[in-house]
Design a protein around this ligand. Structure first.
Ligand SMILES: Nc1ncnc2c1ncn2[C@@H]1O[C@H](COP(=O)(O)OP(=O)(O)OP(=O)(O)O)[C@@H](O)[C@H]1O
Ligand SMILES: [Mg+2]
Length: 219
């Protein structure tokens, strides 16, 4: 099993009041498997992705990714594991404006000490970005920017891609083609995907679907 989540609890404290967001989440994901995460706004989808990525720690429960504990208390150990195991894709693309497309794609792989120029070139070709490599993100359309963000997330060959509404800012046709490219490359490379989406149509393109409701998995 690539990812195992056991009885995960997370709450936030605001104004002295503790609110439970995740109330006992357990799930597993096999290597190469894709899972769509649905649920109403505020149901805790991004919270769950942040915990899996080790960007935050749970109140209790454990997250194991490729044999590494992602719910580990040390920030630096979580960051190290994230660099080696996780590719992140966000709704807002989050490209670095001062770097070219080529440099954006290579950036995180370089940070992780796993830059592979041949793989980066192959990714750029597959994502249809070869004509744009010397440009800056501001000169690209939303769909092109998100394809750069996907290439960047895959450049370091992560075991798991976490995508938080990756097509939420794209028109429907662009969204479909970007999602198809993401799933094509992750299937070819046996990379697991956990993707948050509000679209039941997009969710059906993945191997499994689940819904968060009331802090637990509803289905
Ligand atoms: N850093 C934080 N501090 C306090 N409360 C937070 C924090 N982050 C999220 N929350 C609260 O936790 C709940 C879940 O938020 P989360 O962002 O995980 O929802 P979501 O399912 O991703 O929603 P959306 O579909 O709108 O993106 C919300 O009630 C939110 O207000
Ligand atoms: Mg969210």
């Amino acid at each position: 099993m690539l990812l195992t989540i056991e009885n995960l609890h997370k709450s936030y404290v605001a104004g002295g009041i503790e609110t439970a967001v995740l109330r006992g989440i357990s799930l597993t994901l096999e290597r190469g498997e894709s899972l769509a995460l649905m649920g109403e706004s505020g149901s805790g989808k991004s919270t769950l992705l942040h915990l899996i990525a080790g960007l935050d720690v749970p109140k209790s429960g454990q997250i194991t990714l490729d044999g590494q504990i992602m719910s580990e208390p040390s920030d630096s150990k979580r960051a190290e594991r994230r660099r080696h195991l996780v590719g992140l894709i966000f709704q807002q693309f989050n490209l670095i404006p001062s770097l070219t497309v080529a440099a954006n794609i290579a950036f995180q792989a370089q940070l992780a000490g796993r830059h592979d120029p041949v793989w980066c070139t192959q990714l750029a070709t597959q994502m249809g970005l070869n004509a744009h490599l010397a440009k800056y993100p501001e000169a690209l359309s939303g769909g092109q920017q998100q394809r750069v963000a996907i290439a960047r997330a895959l450049a370091a060959k992560p075991a798991l891609v976490l995508a938080d509404e990756p097509t939420g800012n794209l028109d429907e046709d662009t969204a479909q083609s970007v999602l198809a490219l993401l799933l094509e490359i992750t299937r070819e490379t046996d990379t697991s995907v956990l993707m948050v989406t509000h679209s039941a149509v997009h969710a059906r393109a993945l191997d499994r679907q689940m819904t968060l409701r009331g802090g637990i998995i509803a289905q």
